[in-house]
Design a binder for this molecule. Structure first.
Ligand code: ATP
Ligand code: MG
Length: 456
């Protein structure tokens, strides 16, 4: 059942309301001041807040602002005995779901709560469905850097311009690409992605342009390429730095002329596709080394968007952490959990070399591996082992054995360490490192991704 926190300094309101809500089957928490209310909010899981506008220690609207900042999406209903329209409008602008006038009728309060919770549920379900359909482009974070990013997306999305999205691993480059597609007039068309690093070199042309039946061994039937599939929509060329040189020339032609031929065919196919590219590599440095074509770079980089690393926008960590925790609990059918302030502080101190993806995975682990509803800093340290730097521990060539640690985790650590060593030896040249390790480059890439190692 839903838990409702009532924050009001009038004792009789706390008593009457919690009795009425309990009778309807709600769990209640009460607080006679803003301070106690905010404390309870950080240490209990709460589904909805009833908040008085006038409190002895703080103005109710400021409390509302604090709640919106620390628990975005948590529904708050304001209550006031001397409401002006102005205050009501401000409350709703800040994010209150409803505004009730005192004296309160329990019937009105119950209807407002039921409606608000129903709306929340619909919004959450809609988000789940969009997630399933790959349509979720919710971008969490209110830092200056995130606001700038949103503004850039808002400006470039409606254009036809090609965008080169750069940023470290796990910063949200793909999410940005999807948001651009969703904000464009191609949103009804397909969004197609090709990860250039994950496809073996000799298959990349057929992946992009398709092939005719019998055009090479294994081509048992005709297949459309990603460009054709993306016709009328958007194609994201992910990890573009890994595109082989020979393929770069062919790609250039499609970008210039909007036409291509399937492998094994001489028929020309016209395509209307907006191309977005993403990379975590330094393409200008690649150009210097002769690994990337300058003319292609200029074609792709009409509008550059740089996605900042999470450590450069640490103020987003609490909001992202709560968001991922909430989702992970739901997806794993766990009771909803919340983060205590000390847990948030512990997370915020960490640098997250794997960026938002690392934070997301961390919150999934916490959702699954903690017992209590409130997660504390001890849990964060115990379960996440934060602060074990990637490089410091790998240079020493230490033994990987740790008592009481599952073999699987030790093996992952060993694997990670060895891969990092090989990469460092090869100056982070993926193809060479893969050779040193006797792996296919695409296999190495997958392993790095699974182990949270960022390329370059
Ligand atoms: N601001 C954000 N709000 C919510 N979720 C986010 C945000 N940024 C990233 N994510 C999520 O984090 C995960 C990693 O993001 P994404 O795949 O877009 O990163 P990336 O930069 O493309 O990573 P890589 O370089 O490894 O391909 C995804 O699950 C994505 O939905
Ligand atoms: Mg990506």
């Amino acid at each position: 059942m839903s838990t409702i926190l009532i924050i009001d300094d009038e004792q009789n309101i706390l008593v009457t309301l919690s009795r009425a809500l309990s009778l309807e089957g709600y769990d209640t928490e009460v607080a006679g001041s803003a301070r106690i209310g905010l404390e309870k909010l950080s240490s209990n899981y709460v589904d909805l807040v009833l908040l008085d506008v006038k409190l002895p220690d703080m103005d109710g609207l400021s409390v509302l602002e604090k709640i919106m900042a620390s628990k975005p999406g948590l529904p708050v209903i304001m209550m006031s005995g001397h409401a002006t329209v102005e205050i009501a409008v401000r409350a709703v602008t800040i994010g209150a779901m409803d505004f009730l006038e005192k004296p309160l009728s329990s019937e009105k309060v119950l209807v407002s709560i039921a409606n608000t919770l129903k709306l929340r549920k619909l919004v959450a379900e809609n988000q789940d469905l969009r997630e399933l359909a790959g349509l979720n482009t919710t971008m969490v974070g209110s830092s200056k850097a995130m606001e700038k990013l949103r503004e850039e997306i808002r400006l470039v999305a409606p254009s036809q311009g090609r965008v080169l999205i750069t940023g470290e691993n796990g910063t949200g480059k793909e999410l940005v690409a999807r948001a651009i597609h969703e904000g464009s007039d191609r949103r009804q068309g397909p969004f197609v992605k090709l990860n250039c690093a994950a496809v073996p070199r000799d298959l990349i042309e057929s992946e992009l342009f398709g092939h005719e039946k019998g055009s090479f061994t294994g081509a048992n039937q005709m297949r459309r390429g990603k460009f054709e599939s993306a016709h009328g929509g958007t194609l994201l060329l992910d990890e573009i730095g890994d595109m082989p040189m020979a393929m770069q020339a062919k790609l250039l032609r499609v970008l210039q002329e909007g036409e291509l031929e399937r492998v094994g065919s001489s028929d020309t196919i016209k395509v209307d596709v907006r191309v977005l590219a993403a990379t975590n590599q330094d393409l200008p440095a690649f150009i210097e080394k002769g690994l990337f074509r300058q003319d292609l770079y200029y074609r792709l980089n009409v509008i550059p968007i740089q996605v900042p690393a999470l450590r450069q926008r640490k103020t987003d960590i609490p909001e992202l952490a709560e968001y991922f925790l909430h989702r992970a609990c739901k997806e794993n059918n766990r009771h909803a959990k919340t983060l205590a302030q000390d847990a948030i502080d512990a997370l915020t101190k960490h640098d997250f070399p794997g960026n938002v993806r690392e934070l997301k995975n961390s919150m999934e682990r916490l959702a699954i591996l903690t017992q209590e509803d409130v997660i504390h800093s001890e849990d964060v340290h115990r379960i996440l082992n934060l602060g074990q730097g990637t490089n410091a521990s790998t240079r020493k060539g230490e033994s990987f054995y740790e008592p009481n640690k599952p073999l699987k985790e030790m093996m992952a650590q060993a694997e990670r360490s060895l891969i990092l060593r090989a990469l460092a030896d090869c100056d982070w040249h993926m193809t060479n490192a893969a050779k040193h390790l006797g792996l296919e480059r695409s296999h190495l890439y997958k392993k790095m991704k699974a182990l949270g190692i960022k390329a370059g």
